[in-house]
Every structure is written in C-alpha cells, then in structure tokens.
Design a protein around this ligand. Structure first.
Ligand code: C5P
Length: 401
C-alpha cells in the first residue's frame, strides 16, 4: 500500500460492535506508513478502549471535544487527506445528515473538506429503516463515499444485511481513494493470466501451478488507474474476474493464441502475464488412455505457438508489449535474453525458488528488465502493489511512444 505513505488519515471510530474490527484496519494503515489519528465517540469507548489505538498509532486518541486543545478539531479537519467513519452507526449518520456536531468526531467532520469514507454496520432492521436510508442518500448526494455493509452473520445471531466488510476490502477501498485515477487514461490494456490446460485425453491434462493472481491484480489495477478499456483473457483459475473488466475465458495455449490475436489490434498495451504452456501433447486421445500392462507410457509433445513472439512480429507503432519470465536459475540473464529475442518493451522477471513469491503467494518479488537491458529490482510486495508499480512504468512507456 505504497500510495498510503505519509497520507494523513483520521479514523473516526463509533459505538457499534464492529468497533473491535477497526483496530486491525488502523494497524494496517500505520504499517503502510500513513499518519493515522484516531477519534473515538463516547459510545465507541464502551466497546474498545482508546489505549488499543494509542498503542497502535503511538498517538493520543481524541475522545473529548473540550479535553485538550479546543481547536484540535479545526486543525485536524484542515490537515487530513481522508476521514473514515467506521463502523458508522445509525446515530452518527443521523447526526451527519442533520448537520449536528456535538463531539470531537462530528465537529471534525463538519469542519473538513477532505474526502469522507463512511462504512456503516448495524442490525438489518436499523439499516433498512427508511429514515436511515434517507440519511444515507442525502450524504451520498453530498459527496460522502460509502462502503458496505454486507450481508451475513450479525452480532445478534441473525443473518442479514448490516455486516461490517472484510478488512481487505476496506483497505482496498482506502487505497483506491489515493491512487491517480487518470494514470492510464487514453490507454486500452489487454492482460492475459493464469495457466493453460493441454488435454491428453478427455480427462487428463498438462498444466502448471499458475494461480492467475498476478494477472488478475494487473487487470484490476489497470481499471482503477483509469485505463479506457481493460480485457482480461484468462486460462482456468479459481479467481473471480475483477469488476468492470471485460473477461474472456480460454483453456489451451491455442485458444489463448486465437483470443489474443483476435483482440490485439484493439489494444495499446498487451501484458502477457499468463503462464502459457510451451509444450502440448502431439495427439489428444479421444478416449481415456487405458492403463496398459506396460509399466511406462510415452507421450510425444510438440511446441505451442509462442504468442509473445507472434505479437512482437506484428506489433504496430505505439503498441507496448510486456512479457513475464518465471525462471528457476540465472533469472536476470534469461529474462534479459527473452526480452531481446521477443523484442519486448518491458519484461517482468521472477524467480521460481524465492520465498514470498510464486503462484500461490499473495506477495511477489520481481525484477523489471527495461528495453535498454537495465534491471530494476522491486521489493517484496502484495501482488496488487506489484501490479501498481508495473502499470506505473507502463504508463510512462506508453505515453513516451
Ligand atoms: O519463454 P517463456 O515461456 O519463459 O516466456 C514467458 C513469457 O512468454 C510470458 O509472458 C508468457 O505469457 C509468454 N508465452 C507466450 N506463448 C507461449 C509461452 C509463453 O506468449 N507459448
């Protein structure tokens, strides 16, 4: 979450049972090097103590409008980049919508012109109450940003709408508020992801361990960063396609080739993050291969078409083609050689024998190889952040063409 570094964030904690979940979020924001100031309502401190947040943020928590500096709320309101109200209760949303300000949190909210993210959580009957819904509508129309609530298990033991969203979802939303939403504007981006599956017979196949996480993160971030159009072409994965991204599902390297070549002319940037098979069975048996009395079975393989190579051959002026190289040895040298051979604009190299990286991991550690051969190692980061860093370089590349 590099986009959060040095951002001034006010976390306004209200008195709902989900208050205990906000400690994890505050901790993650601090770890991302945001400057977090916590304000708690009186009711919030019935659920969780200020001490918890003081330990996490190393700052005094504001709980009382009149306790310390009487102008603290005005100063905070001016300095902050983002105010988060979580869990936003029926009462606090009611006060906000009515223009009432009688404590540290609501006076700071009244005085700020910064972005405000409201994350409501409460029992379904309260959430669906028409008065409350009217208040939310009013705040939305005034530019307040809302996230959640979700449906699921509630503290009462019932199930329904009103549940506080998952930590990861909230952090993603916060991060989204700070990114440059026009970084990729004017660019149409095609991303491939996942493994391919090369059938041997109707049941068996050759595939690889790619999870698709890196490619899906690239497609999602490309959308967030304002690309005009994003198409994700994916081999078989367990992942949900990102929202607002066009999606095409393929299975084999041949299907991937057909899909990419049919689409490439509509895109300015092509990122081949898919782990496309290099080999496939020369013959696909129409029937399941029988267990024979012999103790071994020989399968003849043939090369699949190298999509990246074909793309680089027909690349039109101004188009950017980016490759990935997963290597188990001589990572940089091999990736540099592939970049040269396939005439790519950028190569993303990663080692298959690294900790904190690999197909299943949520994090990745990559080295970018630039066209002039320069290698640029990036630190271990969440795959979403790696995607952001790659796309930042792509934006520069594409705009300089
Ligand atoms: O040469 P190697 O397969 O290691 O190169 C990996 C890069 O080439 C990846 O970007 C992958 O998507 C692409 N590739 C391809 N067609 C293939 C095999 C790999 O485009 N048949």
């Amino acid at each position: 979450m590099r986009s959060l570094k040095d951002k001034k964030i006010v976390a306004g904690i209200c008195g709902g049972i989900a208050a205990y979940k906000t400690a994890g979020i505050v901790s993650k924001l601090v770890q991302a090097e945001a400057e977090v100031q916590v304000i708690m309502t009186h009711a919030a401190s019935q659920f969780i103590t200020p001490l918890t947040f003081e330990a996490l943020t190393h700052r005094k928590v504001f709980t009382n409008l009149f306790q310390d500096d009487p102008l603290a709320h005005v100063e905070l309101a001016h300095q902050t980049h983002l105010l988060i109200v979580m869990p936003a209760t029926y009462h606090v949303i009611g006060k906000l919508a009515s223009g009432l300000a009688d404590d540290m949190l609501t006076t700071t909210l009244a005085a700020t012109r910064a972005a405000v993210l409201v994350i409501p959580a409460m029992e379904s009957q309260m959430y669906t109450n028409p008065i409350f819904q009217e208040n939310c509508r009013k705040l939305r129309a005034l530019g307040y940003r809302f996230l959640g609530p979700e449906s699921g298990y509630l503290a009462s033991g019932r199930a329904g709408i009103g549940r506080f969203p998952d930590e990861e979802k909230i952090l993603k939303e916060i991060e989204t508020i700070f990114v440059d939403h026009s970084l990729l504007s004017g660019l149409r981006i095609l991303v491939t992801a996942g493994p391919t599956r090369e059938m041997l017979d109707p049941m068996r196949c050759l595939t690889n361990k790619s999870s698709g996480k890196m490619g899906y993160a690239l497609a999602e971030q490309a959308r967030t960063l304002g690309a005009d159009n994003v198409l994700l072409i994916s081999g078989p994965t367990q992942l949900q396609p990102p929202e607002e991204v066009d999606f095409l599902k393929v299975e084999s390297a041949e299907e991937m080739r057909e899909a990419v070549l049919a689409q490439e002319k509509n895109f300015d940037v092509i990122v081949m993050a898919a782990a496309v098979a290099d080999w496939r069975p020369k013959r696909i048996s129409t029937h399941k291969i029988k267990k024979l009395s012999t103790s071994s079975l020989t399968i003849e393989l043939e090369r699949t078409p190298d999509i990246l190579h074909i793309l680089s051959q027909k690349k039109r002026k101004g188009q950017c083609v980016i490759g990935f190289a997963a290597e188990s040895e001589n990572v940089i040298e091999n990736a540099r050689e592939k970049l040269r051979k396939k005439q790519l604009d950028l190569m993303v190299a990663n080692s298959l024998i690294q900790e904190n990286a690999g197909p299943e991991s949520e994090t990745n550690e990559v080295t970018l190889i630039h066209k002039n051969g320069r290698s640029e190692p990036l630190p271990v980061m969440d795959k979403r952040e790696v995607a952001y860093e790659i796309l930042r370089r792509i934006a520069r590349l594409a705009k300089s063409k």
